[in-house]
Write a protein that binds this ligand. Structure first.
Ligand code: SAM
Ligand code: SF4
Length: 347
């Protein structure tokens, strides 16, 4: 699919940079980038209403970074201090031979934390190979425990397959397992059922506030199920207390007062955590994004394919980080919805 309408920074100069690239990626607000989220494909076997439209034009295979290109970029950012990698998409498990990429990244110097976000459908066959390849952490998305609501939200009738995927992940040793639920208004009556899942299994359920990154323009502020409502409804049935340990994680953590498990809330809209954001994103078509809500991108795939060396790529990434946005403007009159929807950006 053509993405020409997105403003692209391309700071590549064919002359060699005179200085070696920086050893740390620091933005103008003093935040240090330690974390890269890499979209390995824009394709998906679901069509979640909050993420993509039913009809979607996907990138041609030639427009998608190869495993070798991804690994090369990870090496470049690792030399600039990035030590956490999360693979995502689209749906990362639809990319063929994903465990090979996991193995290549897991073996790289400097990467201490390698994680993957998935809708879970392919985990029955992939959880163990991914674990064996060196994947350390897994997040599974699950928006509803009710088959009809699940099918409405994902546009696929596959709740049982996802539940089987969650069990496969637990069996493969991914514990505690994080299960992410986008807090759509449809699930307000399921908050207690999700809390019970978090109490019954080694699972941390994390509710994510719905962000305006859907493909159909359905996001409406007045329909948000907010952090406040989520926490108060669960707390009324199963009392909660805050866990004092956030760091750069976007999730605010709460444990059940009786000691039986934990939930989290990612309040990206009502309580943004931009001040401690330490991440950048790499899209499947090789663009660096410094915020989910960036309205510009830095193309590093074209220069790589045109022969740029590692130092040149490193400087382009450092320059993009230098321009990292102070924060998103969802709650501001100047907010501009990004041109790409979540599945194209890499959530
Ligand atoms: N396909 C995988 C999955 O669903 O887990 C990985 C990609 S998905 C884009 C990554 C995460 O973004 C998922 O947890 C998904 O629920 C979340 N997400 C997608 N669209 C969102 C939106 N508009 N607001 C908040 N979270 C969203
Ligand atoms: Fe696919 Fe994940 Fe987006 Fe759902 S949230 S459509 S599973 S990429």
């Amino acid at each position: 699919m053509s993405q020409e309408w997105i403003p692209i920074h391309n700071t590549w100069r064919t002359d060699k940079p005179s200085e070696p690239p920086p050893t740390r990626l620091v933005d103008t607000y003093g935040r240090v980038v330690k974390n890269i989220r890499i979209s390995v494909t824009d394709r998906c076997n679901f069509r979640c209403v909050y993420c993509m439209p039913e009809e979607m034009a996907f990138l041609d295979r030639s427009e998608v970074l190869t495993f070798e290109e991804i690994t090369r970029i990870v090496g470049i950012v690792a030399r600039m201090g990035v030590d956490k990698v999360r693979l995502t998409g689209g749906e990362p498990t639809v990319r063929r031979e994903l465990p090979k990429l996991v193995r290549a990244i897991a073996d790289m110097d400097g990467i201490d934390d390698l994680a993957l976000t998935t809708n879970g459908v392919r985990l029955p066959e992939l959880a163990k190979p991914l674990r064996d390849a060196g994947l350390q952490r897994l997040n599974v998305s699950l928006d509803s425990l009710d088959p009809a609501t699940f099918a409405k939200l994902t546009r696929r009738d596959m709740l049982d397959e996802v539940l089987a995927g969650i069990d496969a992940a637990l069996d493969a040793g991914f514990t505690p397992l994080k299960v992410n639920a986008v807090a759509m208004p449809d699930v307000v009556n399921e908050l207690i059922a999700f809390a019970e899942l978090a109490r019954a299994k080694p699972i941390i359920v994390r509710f994510i506030e719905f962000m305006p990154l859907d493909g159909d323009g359905i996001w409406q502020r007045d329909q948000l199920l907010t952090r406040e409502e989520i926490v108060s409804r669960i707390d009324a049935v199963y009392p909660l207390e805050p866990v004092d340990q956030r760091g750069s994680s976007p999730a605010e953590r709460f444990r059940f007062k009786d000691g039986k498990g934990e939930i989290g809330v990612i309040a990206s809209v009502t309580e943004p955590f931009c001040e401690s954001c330490d991440r950048i994103r790499l899209t499947a078509d090789g663009k660096i994004r410094t915020c989910l809500f960036s309205v510009t991108e830095t193309d590093i795939m074209s220069p790589m394919r045109d022969g740029a060396d590692d130092d040149q790529i490193a400087w382009m990434i450092a320059d993009a980080v230098h321009h990292k946005e102070r924060g998103h403007l969802i709650n501001h009159v100047d907010f501009l919805k990004p041109q790409r929807n979540m599945s194209q950006i890499g959530g």
